[in-house]
Write a protein that binds this ligand. Structure first.
Ligand code: NDP
Ligand code: 2IT
Length: 452
């Protein structure tokens, strides 16, 4: 049995209910098998056994008062996975589905993603099973403050730098940073995704969506193609989806779908111009449902209870490019087959692990350009890294400067994936290339430290 399959068997036995973690680990370990053959020094130093195990998991109680004055209790987490190449870095997710298995999958992926950015950032992830939906502003504030009342002792600008993810945007980061600053009495910018007036970076809100589209554009360019005149399906309607729509429009493509966890809207005329501003206000300010888009704009059709990928499958929608930007495992094998049948040539993952292993197989077997999340959505954390640099230097770069750096980083990640894949005889395999390129830098650092 190979080193990597032994490890996989062990983690499945150890924590049998952590399905998402097993899924993420299986994909990475499969890719890493050839590196074990090429690098006996990694095998000897048990790099594979060590990288799979988080440095530490912090799990804590978050008690907070709701608007009725009743005490609520949620569970908070921070998984500090690996800091071989820099301080722990990764997002914070507030969603009722959050558990250890989901955060371990996200933290593990983050190690390789952060390494691919070329910036000095280790991997981490945190969050809570708190559901911000339907909560008042005051409740969200009290929850965020309570969450930070424990988290503050585990983080720091050179220790661990959290950011946003599902359910955590500018509002939540502001509340959490406010409490951190008060307790610590310092202003070192420990969170990223901060507001512009208190240490945030221009283009950080846009970065994940823009970066995903930049990555897709790089993949298309390898075939002499671009976004002009292409029909694009985007899922989700949150931070990543909104700015993916904006960038596709700028590059001449037409986005026809968006969704949330309740429904999908299809607008054949394209989600552009004032309609983009409407979606941002609806989701970020009104905190409404995407179905309201169809009430507002007669040109759109709403499908209740169906995801974007269900609608493409059930309605036979023709699309050229798919950008999943909602959540994990949103595209299964049957959705992938429908995408292929309906003409899709390129999939770039804005969300983390949106495609099931079956879906990835379908994309690969049919020769689609397929950019995995840890490469395609790395623009968000990369720009968080740029926010950290600006905070350390106590200055801020212009929008043009940050956007140019983001574009450069995405092009570089694209090239690193292709180069690593080619070295190992897996030309054009972005999944393999991302895993191996991300791993090698971390593995070499771990090797240099000795057995720690
Ligand atoms: P948001 O909370 O802003 O938006 C999430 C969107 O996805 C919402 O439309 C939400 O619908 C939908 N969604 C979330 N969970 C589910 C679910 N279980 N089923 C169906 N729909 C769901 O999050 P982001 O846009 O920040 O994150 C989206 C994805 O991108 C995540 O996978 C995240 O990990 C990844 N990502 C985010 C980065 C960032 O910088 N923010 C960076 C890199 C990756 P509803 O409102 O109904 O819940
Ligand atoms: O999944 C991710 O890369 C994020 N949620 C962003 C992490 C960050 O630290 O900006």
């Amino acid at each position: 049995m190979s080193v990597t399959s032994e490890i996989l068997e062990k983690i499945k036995k150890q924590d049998p209910h952590e399905f998402e973690f097993h899924q993420a680990a299986e994909e990475v370990l499969e890719s890493l098998e050839p590196t074990a053959k090429k690098h006996p020094e990694f095998v000897k130093a048990k790099i594979y056994e060590r990288i799979i195990e988080p440095d530490r998991v912090v799990m804590f109680r978050v008690p907070w008062l709701d608007d009725k004055g009743e005490l609520q209790v949620n569970r908070g987490y921070r998984i500090q996975y690996n800091n071989a190449i820099g301080p722990y870095k990764g997002g914070t997710r507030f969603h009722p589905s959050v558990n250890l298995g989901i955060l371990k999958f996200l933290g593990f992926e983050q190690i390789f993603k952060n390494s691919l950015t070329t910036l000095a950032m280790g991997g981490a992830k945190g969050g809570s099973d708190f559901d911000p939906k339907g909560k008042s502003d005051a409740e969200v504030m009290r929850f965020c403050h309570a969450y930070m009342l424990e988290l503050f002792r585990h983080i720091g600008p050179d220790i661990d730098v959290p950011a946003g993810d599902i359910g955590v945007g500018g509002r939540e980061i502001g509340y959490m940073y406010g409490m951190y600053k008060k307790i610590r009495n310092d202003h070192t910018g420990v969170l990223t995704g901060k507001g512009l007036s208190f240490g945030g970076s221009l283009v950080r809100p846009e970065a994940t969506g823009y970066g995903c589209v930049y990555f897709a554009a790089e993949m298309l360019a390898t075939k002499g193609l671009d976004f002009k005149g292409k029909t694009v399906a985007i899922s989700g309607s949150g931070n990543v989806a909104q700015f993916a729509v904006e960038k596709v429009n700028q590059l001449g493509g037409k986005v026809i779908t968006l969704c949330d966890s309740s429904s999908t809207i299809v607008d054949d005329e394209g989600i552009s111009g004032d309609k983009c501003g409407y979606v941002m206000d609806l989701k970020n300010v009104q905190r409404g449902r995407i179905s309201e888009y169809a009430d507002k704009f007669g040109c759109a059709v709403c499908y209740i209870g169906e995801s974007v990928w269900d609608v493409i499958k059930n309605q036979g929608l023709k699309i050229d490019i798919a950008l999943p930007c909602a959540t994990q495992n949103e595209i299964d094998g049957s959705h992938a087959e429908a995408l292929v049948k309906n003409g899709c040539i390129c999939v770039a993952e804005g969300s983390n692990m949106p495609s099931t292993p079956e879906a990835v197989r379908v994309f690969k077997d049919n020769g689609l350009l397929f950019g995995p999340g840890k490469a395609a959505n790395a623009g968000g954390v990369a720009t968080s890294g740029l926010e950290m640099s600006q905070n350390s230097m106590r200055l801020s770069w212009t929008r043009e400067e940050v956007d140019a750096r983001l574009l450069g980083i995405m092009k570089n990640i694209h090239k690193s994936c292709l180069d690593a894949a080619e070295v190992y005889g897996r030309k054009g395999d972005y999944v393999f290339g991302a895993n191996v390129a991300g791993f090698l830098k971390v593995a070499n650092a771990m090797l240099a430290y000795g057995y720690v």
